[in-house]
Design a protein around this ligand. Sequence first.
Ligand code: GAR
Length: 232
Amino acid sequence: MSAIQSLSTKPLKVAVLVSGSGSNLQVLIDAMTSGSLPIEIVGVISNVKEAYAVTRAEQAGIATAVFSHITEGENAGKRMGIKTFERHASAQLTEWQPDLIVLAGFMRVLSADFISAAPAPMINLHPSLLPKYKGLDTHARVLESDDIHHGCSVHVVTAELDAGQVLAQALLAIKPEETAEALQARVQKLEHQILPWTILLIAQGVLDLENLPSHENANCLPALPYQLWLDS
Ligand code: GAR
């Protein structure tokens, strides 16, 4: 075994939270299955029953848990409060015991209590070059600005929305007359590259989420983020 291979002796146990189509989840499933990413996806939690991400997980034989934000039965149509979702999600994560929790298109805002009590560090994929355009509608908002670049970020999840330390970013040049839909599609291609690479750095211990380099901590690698120009 080479020195580099020996960095990762056992797969990193990853839980993924989703709300939508799950194209990023699929990239992780494919990379896990092919052996190119040393992870084991121990389970997928969705807050949307019909999310295609759930189908993708089931097709790959991965455990799933759906805690729908829309209730059925006698309270049909009533929104499940975030605290109730978090109680269910917390119990499920405790059972799965992941090393890392990945928010890949998860569209609810989690509370500070849930984040601090989570059984593993949490990272989020966000479709903008943070700290710009936190929150929703990032593609439409960047097109209304004078910005010439856009992209996506992988960052540590903290209590403040989309504000934790950025680990990696991929960027592209906005094209003249580009629509929000076209831009979103190009950014998603970048997401499919930056997310697995960031998780690889975590799995190999290059990125230690409990001891991240910073400008104050100059004895280790330079401060993040890694910024990749991945124009597509
Ligand atoms: C991704 O583009 C991700 O950046 C975005 O949701 C999409 C999910 O796509 N996440 C957020 O907006 C989080 N605030 P996918 O379901 O096909 O992976």
